[in-house]
Design a protein around this ligand. Structure first.
Ligand code: CUA
Length: 343
């Protein structure tokens, strides 16, 4: 039930998503086909380990007590060779490790071999956010998926090594600069689940979170259509706010005045800033545009000029226009929602 509600909320424009994969001490819910074989392998290895732990520790304790040194007892001879016993303790473990290898390798192949009719989504990791691009060119900060459909993720990084980790899918794949990694799976349970970065990538590594939204049948197509159209249907400042959220700006630039990895956007338009070379600049349309396309050209004093990735070639002029409208709207004046925004 929670899954259905979460998916509905996720469909609403810009809604806050609430993942429903919280599971306390047990393993996370299973929401993809590959998760079943991973869990089977894990449980098999766990079961074998527990069985032999109890057997070996139990026998050790038993023998220590049973054959302890006592006055009046003399050790009689040594243990002699037993072919039957040695074959038993060689063959049984061999069969067990072969089963482990077989199920592990089968699951590995499932994730790493192309599946028929896969829906392709391109994933970009950067410090410190994820971008998911759909076949129509639309980019979102969350991963939206159709249920019961083979999916292929093509992963790349703009800077350092990240790792896409979706516990509910039992899926983890390195995201490496300079190469494309691929992974295949089929989500089979609608709901909202959490994506983590599982490779330490700097200051905000642990904030590099996103959601996976697995839609009910038919829900994905209508979500994609609605989401892709937001630029033309929302007022400029509201569309800009969506771009701000989708493009990962939120990770470094607050809109409340709070300090972050980059300068706050609150009341930033028209503000005079000192750059790290000592010159002054007024934050206007051209400075905002340049800072998105070539962020290292003019960096505000006190901030790491290498922290921000360039958006050249990945962001449209239209999106930049809306971002500027949004930044202008953050002037500290009370806003009537939906009206008079973006001047
Ligand atoms: Cu990206 Cu850790």
């Amino acid at each position: 039930m929670m899954a259905t509600l979460g998916t509905m909320l996720a469909t609403a424009a810009g809604a806050e998503l609430k993942p429903d994969d919280a599971s306390g001490l047990s393993v996370p819910v299973r929401a993809a086909d590959v998760a079943h074989s991973v869990d089977w392998t894990f449980n098999f290895i766990l079961g074998v380990s527990v069985f032999f732990f109890v057997l070996i520790v139990g026998l050790t304790i038993f023998f220590v007590i049973r054959y302890r040194h006592r006055p009046g007892y003399e050790a009689k001879g040594g243990a002699s060779h037993s072919t039957a016993l040695e074959l038993t303790w060689t063959l049984i473990p061999s069969v067990l490790v072969i089963v482990m290898f077989y199920s592990g390798f089968k699951g590995y192949l499932e994730m790493n071999m192309p599946q028929a009719n896969s829906y392709e989504i391109s994933v970009t990791g950067q410090k410190w956010s994820w971008e998911f691009q759909y076949p129509n060119g639309y980019v979102d900060k969350d991963l939206h998926l159709p249920v019961d459909q083979n999916v292929q993720l093509v992963l790349k990084s703009k800077d350092v090594i990240h790792s896409l980790f979706i516990p509910a899918f039992r899926l983890k794949k390195d995201v490496v600069p300079g190469r494309y990694n691929k992974v295949w799976f089929k989500a089979d349970k609608p709901g909202v689940y959490t994506i983590y970065c599982a490779e330490y990538c700097g200051t905000a590594h642990s904030d590099m979170l996103a959601n996976v939204v697995v839609h009910e049948p038919g829900g994905f197509e209508s979500w994609l259509k609605e989401a892709s159209d937001f630029l033309s249907t929302l007022p400029p400042a509201e569309a800009g706010e969506r771009v701000y959220q989708m493009r990962g700006c939120t990770q470094c630039h607050s809109v409340t005045g709070a300090a972050g990895i980059g300068p706050t956007l609150y009341q930033s338009f028209g503000r005079e800033e000192e750059l790290d070379d000592g010159t002054m600049i007024v934050v206007d349309e051209n400075y905002i545009r340049e800072s998105i396309i070539a962020p290292r050209a003019k960096s505000v004093k006190g901030y790491d000029r290498n922290a921000m990735p360039t958006y050249q070639g990945t962001i449209s002029d239209e999106e930049i226009d809306y971002l500027i409208a949004y930044i202008k709207s953050l002037d500290g004046q009370e806003q009537e929602s939906g009206e008079e925004q973006g001047q």
